[in-house]
Design a protein around this ligand. Structure first.
Ligand SMILES: Nc1ncnc2c1ncn2[C@@H]1O[C@H](COP(=O)(O)OP(=O)(O)OP(=O)(O)O)[C@@H](O)[C@H]1O
Ligand SMILES: [Mg+2]
Length: 255
C-alpha cells in the first residue's frame, strides 16, 4: 500500500493556556481532496496552523508525518519546502514588500521552480490573468489595502505558482462575491489538474465544493474529529447543521 502523504496520529495541541485539539487522527493520500467542516471555534484553523508548524501553538502529544518524514518538530519553512501550503483565513499585510518581489523570494527558495526573470514575470502575469487580477496589483505592497476578495486571490496565485503537494485552504472562499468564487474554484481545479495536488479545504460554504470531487469529509467539534464520511456528509451538514455532532464533541472533551 502506498504511504499516505499526510498522516496525523493522536495529535493534541494548543496554546500555553489551553488545549484546542484533542487526539486528532487524520490521513490524506497524495492527490486526494479532503474537506474539514465544523462550527466556529472548533479548531479548524488551529489544525491547519499546527500542520504548517505555526509557533503560536504547541504540540503536547502525537505526531505529524508528511511524505515519509516526521515533521512534528520542523519549522514552518521546512514544511513549506517539503510541499505543504497553507492559505490563511485572514492573510497578513506586509508593507514595503511588493507582491511580485514576495513571489520571487518564495520561488527562489524552491530550486525546482527557479525561473529566469522574464519567464518568471510572464508566468506570474499569466496566473494573475487566470485569476482575473489586474497586473497593477503585482507591483503593490503585499496585501496592503487589498480587499478581502483580492487577498484571497493572492493566496490562490501563490498556490498555483508553488504547486505544493498538499494545500490547506482555510476559508479561501469566505467573503468572495459570486464571480470571485468562480475564479477561485477554477483556480483550485487548475491546481488539481496541473500537479495532482492534495487538498484540505476548510469551509462553511458548500458552493466552493460544487466543482470539486471530494474524497473525504471530516467534522471537527470542540477540537475533536467526531465524524468522517464522503461528500454526502457535506449535504447533510448543509441541511441539518452541526447539532447532532455537538454531543460527541462535548463528551470527548469531558472524558
Ligand atoms: N493563538 C491563540 N490564542 C488563544 N486562543 C486561540 C488561539 N488560536 C485559536 N484559539 C482559540 O481556539 C479555538 C479554536 O479556534 P480556531 O480559529 O481554530 O477555530 P475555527 O474552527 O477555525 O473557527 P472559525 O470557523 O470561526 O474560523 C477558539 O476558541 C479560539 O479562540
Ligand atoms: Mg477558522
Amino acid at each position: 500500500m502506498p504511504q499516505p502523504l499526510l498522516s496525523i496520529e493522536g495529535l493534541s495541541a494548543g496554546t500555553d493556556e489551553k488545549t484546542i485539539l484533542h487526539d486528532v487522527d487524520l490521513t490524506i493520500e497524495a492527490g486526494r481532496a479532503h474537506v474539514l467542516m465544523g462550527p466556529n471555534g472548533a479548531g479548524k484553523s488551529t489544525l491547519g496552523h499546527v500542520i504548517m508548524g505555526d509557533p503560536a501553538y504547541e504540540v503536547s502529544a502525537g505526531t505529524i508525518r508528511f511524505d515519509g518524514a516526521d515533521i512534528t518538530a520542523d519549522a514552518p519553512d521546512r514544511r513549506a519546502l517539503a510541499g505543504i501550503f497553507l492559505s490563511y483565513q485572514a492573510p497578513v499585510e506586509v508593507p514595503g514588500v511588493p507582491l511580485m518581489s514576495f513571489l520571487r523570494t518564495i520561488c527562489d527558495k524552491r530550486p525546482e521552480l527557479k525561473m529566469k526573470g522574464r519567464a518568471f514575470r510572464a508566468r506570474v502575469e499569466e496566473l494573475a490573468e487566470q485569476l482575473d487580477m489586474d497586473k497593477s496589483y503585482l507591483e503593490r505592497e503585499l496585501n496592503v489595502g487589498f480587499s478581502g476578495g483580492e487577498k484571497k486571490k493572492v493566496e490562490m496565485l501563490q498556490l498555483l505558482l508553488l504547486q505544493p503537494k498538499l494545500a490547506i485552504l482555510d476559508e479561501t472562499d469566505s467573503g468572495l462575491d459570486v464571480d470571485a468564487l468562480s475564479v477561485v474554484s477554477r483556480g483550485i481545479q487548475a491546481y488539481r489538474e496541473t500537479c495532482d495536488g492534495a487538498l484540505l479545504v476548510i469551509t462553511h460554504n458548500t458552493r466552493i465544493l460544487e466543482r470539486l470531487e471530494v474524497d473525504r469529509t471530516h467534522v471537527l467539534v470542540h477540537g475533536r474529529l467526531v465524524a468522517e464520511g464522503g461528500s454526502e456528509l457535506i449535504t447533510q451538514i448543509d441541511a441539518e447543521g452541526f447539532e447532532r455532532f455537538e454531543e460527541a464533541g462535548c463528551k470527548g472533551v469531558m472524558s
